[in-house]
Design a protein around this ligand. Structure first.
Ligand code: PLP
Length: 482
């Protein structure tokens, strides 16, 4: 382990407590104050993304971009309580609360117990504070239980008619597919599924074309297409289905737009008011690093130039504050959030995580996360070739911080579930520190069986050295398993 990393791991092992600040250097104290314990934001230059056919030149370019702000990210890394004996690269499944968020969580829990408080209300103050980081108003940000709960709110609240068609993809998560299937059985809707491409040979326009052509074909058959539902990014290949581009298709066909954005909060610095989708269901517990059982559901509650379509007819399905008023005339997110007595400390902790992200700068985090994943992709290309990538790397609109690839020297081994599981397990057990990654299964057009790709999440507690060690270890293991 290099010296910087050792220091960093030591800092992580003993995370700073606010009361320990007296022992810190003034520079470090000032940094922490700005970042976590005070308001204000840091104006920091975004990294420039590289685009080169030469993987090796591209990776060294990306590496030097990552190095530019090494000290800053080292301080950020020191704010988490992650165990030093593992490198956590499965944020796509679960994030980790930073110390400052853990502090709020426990203090609020203690205060609640000390005062025997209840949790009635709709958390309007917290929702308004969180909404600022997402480009919408407080009446458009609801706190949900997680992404899946947000997808249930969105899909099952729509006033469906029998025969309505929802166009979606074959790379969706059960969190979105489950309410969709309930709507099939309960309301008689139909689902039309588009098979998605994988790998680097695709662009944003590929998705516009795929959805637009399918909708036109359905309409040609006399079908009533009502909605589009898609993941941005998909949890399988990490491909960012481009929301802004797909919203052009939504508007051209006057559709309801439902985005499974499980991975968006905390990873991407999106302005949801400017994007204009009807529903975006995100997790609070993944990239946003809030507590478990938290989600952020953005619901369009006003007509903006980004989406002048009428607000869809929708009714709450999980609430204790039903408001009998027309859509747009009331705080729809309050209705969704308020359902009996809430776990207020949990949502205060989520709001604190959002505040921390706003203070660092959501764009800065997005740029760092994407630069890490672009660096990882180029390193994979150097070793395995571009054909090994399931995630696209060259169209900036399709990038996310999830990277998925085929690590096997015998490429067909990627259809062997057992082998993929062994690869994941050995990446943790055979190396020190071990790597926490996962495998994901998905359909590949023309393939005889499902592929079990290896998925890696890159986030603000990683650096270029982590990626170097990861790639070296994966190369060694794939050789040993050949
Ligand atoms: C695309 C996608 N949707 C939904 C979910 C479900 O997330 P949650 O546990 O927040 O409900 C996940 C979880 O990984 C996901 O990746």
């Amino acid at each position: 382990m290099d010296e910087l990393k050792q220091k960093q791991r030591a800092a992580v092992a003993t995370p700073p407590h606010p009361e320990d600040l007296a022992t810190w250097t003034p520079k470090r104290r000032e940094f922490l104050r700005m970042l976590a314990y005070g308001a204000g934001s840091l104006a920091l230059a975004p990294l420039i993304s590289a685009c080169s056919d030469d993987a090796s030149a591209a990776s060294s370019d990306l590496r030097s971009q990552l190095a530019q702000d090494e000290a800053f990210w080292s301080e950020v890394q020191g704010m988490f309580v992650l165990k030093p004996e593992k490198v956590y690269m499965n944020i796509g499944t679960g994030g980790s609360m930073p110390k400052v968020v853990l502090d709020v969580f426990s203090q609020e829990n203690l205060a609640k117990a000390a005062d025997s408080s209840s949790g009635y209300g709709n958390l309007a103050d917290l929702r308004a504070a969180v909404a600022k980081g997402f480009g919408v108003d407080g009446d458009e940000v609801a706190f949900s239980g997680n992404t899946s709960s947000g997808m249930c709110h969105a899909i099952l609240g729509i006033k469906w008619e029998p025969g309505d068609v929802v166009v979606t993809t074959n790379h969706e998560h059960g969190g979105g597919l489950t309410p969709l299937n309930i709507a099939v059985d309960r309301y008689g809707i139909e689902v039309s599924t588009i098979a998605l491409p994988v790998g680097n040979n695709q662009t944003a326009s590929t998705y516009v074309q795929l959805f637009d052509e399918r909708i036109r074909a359905l309409k040609g058959q006399g079908k009533r297409v009502r909605a589009m539902m898609w993941s941005a990014p998909t949890y399988k290949t990490g491909t960012m289905l481009p929301i802004a581009d797909l919203m052009q298709v939504v508007k051209a066909h006057s559709l309801i737009s439902i985005v499974d954005g499980a991975h968006l909060p905390g990873m991407m610095a999106y302005d949801y008011g400017a994007l204009g989708m009807d529903f975006m269901s995100g997790a609070g517990h993944k990239w946003q690093c809030g507590p478990g059982s938290t989600g952020i559901l953005v619901i369009r509650n006003k007509m903006r130039p980004s989406n002048p379509l009428p607000l869809p007819e929708w009714y709450p399905i999980h609430t204790s504050s039903y408001v009998r008023q027309p859509r747009g005339a009331y705080d729809i997110a309050a209705t969704v959030t308020s359902c009996g007595s809430l776990h207020v400390p949990m949502f205060r902790a989520l709001a604190r995580a959002c505040e921390m992200w706003d203070t660092i700068g959501r764009k800065k985090i997005e740029t760092y996360d994407l630069t890490l994943s672009s660096y990882l992709k180029e390193k994979i290309v150097e070793r395995w070739g571009v054909e090994a990538l399931y995630s696209p790397k060259d169209d900036p609109k399709l990038l996310s911080a999830l990277t998925c690839f085929n690590p096997f020297r015998n490429r067909d081994d990627v259809m062997n579930q057992q082998k993929a599981t062994t690869f994941v397990n050995r990446m943790l057990s055979d190396f020190a520190p071990g790597f926490v990654i996962r495998s994901v299964n998905f359909e590949v057009i023309g393939a005889p069986a499902q592929h079990y790709g290896i998925r890696i999440s890159t986030h603000l507690w990683h650096d270029a050295n982590d990626i170097d060690r990861l790639v070296e270890s994966m190369w060694t293991l794939s050789g040993a398993m050949a």
